[in-house]
Design a protein around this ligand. Structure first.
Ligand code: LP5
Ligand code: MN
Length: 244
């Protein structure tokens, strides 16, 4: 069995998501051969050197799962593309660069976070190209933590402000990009997150019937894609009611 998750947006302000993840890692996830995390595990990440007790707890939970025999893979999202080798090492995560093709039973699937497919969002793609450039990353990580934290705060605020004015289609994947990726990779299945619009979609690629599976976020409940016995199922995990 393989599992796919994304868009947990773990943050101190939402402790119930972290609790749900840790319970899942210590429970049902133990039966999995592989766990794929397809980005935005964290709400934001400004460098492995940022003291972060929540991330330490998650690393311990992941490392325990790895020790029990599950292989763990991490693909960066637009919020946590600065997760580095130090954190991956501590958590037992094998980094994956997107897009990547993996074998699932009798078929192959291409995996990505999903933001690169939103090509109609030109402002975001311009921002993405800037902040993913190795020179920009190096300069950013060389800044003091307080300055990095301030930039992340500003970028999140500005992003939320700009998002409020963007049309719904702009915030979703561009259909022709989905077709292009499936054609380029020569596979029938695409799995991604980012849009927070969970679902299974049929896609026609030059007469081939393909599928696009979108993972959901973890705000209201956990979203897990399970691949088992050649079947894909999108599962929901309930949060624990808050303690009184
Ligand atoms: O994540 P989500 O779904 O809310 O929105 C994304 C796009 N926004 C982003 C920005 C992040 O949310 C904020 C940064 C995360 C913290 C990481 C810190 C690491 C270092 C800092 C580098 C970032 O990814 C949003 C999309 C949306 O998905 C749907 O696809 O629309 O894109 C934007 O809103 C982009 C804006 O249009 C432009 C970005 C404004 C940021 C202002 C900073 C200016 C400085 C530029 C210098 C390079
Ligand atoms: Mn995202």
């Amino acid at each position: 069995m393989d599992l796919f998750i994304s868009d947990l947006h773990l943050d101190d302000s939402r402790p119930q998501i972290c609790e749900l993840l840790l319970r899942y890692l210590a429970g049902p996830a133990r039966d999995a051969e592989r766990l794929f995390i397809l980005g935005d595990l964290f709400e934001f990440w400004i460098g492995d050197d940022y003291p972060n007790p929540l991330a330490d707890q998650v690393a311990a939970g992941l490392a325990d799962l790895k020790a029990s025999g599950t292989r763990l893979y991490f693909m960066p999202g637009n919020r946590d593309f600065l997760v580095g080798a130090d954190y991956c090492g501590r958590a037992g995560l094998e980094p994956l660069a997107e897009p990547v093709t993996v074998t699932l039973g009798h078929q192959s699937a291409v995996l990505c976070h999903g933001d690169a497919l939103c090509t109609g969002d030109e402002a975001y793609q311009a921002f993405r190209a800037k902040v993913r450039a190795p020179g920009w990353i190096e300069a950013f990580l060389a800044q003091p933590l307080a300055q990095r934290l301030e930039f992340a705060r500003y970028a999140r605020e500005e992003s939320a402000r700009q998002n409020a004015g963007k049309a719904a289609e702009i915030m979703d994947v561009t259909p022709s990009e989905v077709v292009r990726l499936l054609r380029e990779q020569g596979v029938d299945l695409l799995i991604h997150g980012h849009t927070h619009r969970p679902g299974l979609h049929d896609v026609d690629v030059d007469g081939r019937s393909c599928q696009r599976v979108v993972l959901g976020d973890w705000y209201e409940q956990g979203s897990v894609l399970v691949f088992d016995h050649d079947r894909l199922t999108l599962q929901q995990l309930e949060h624990q009611p808050p303690h009184c």
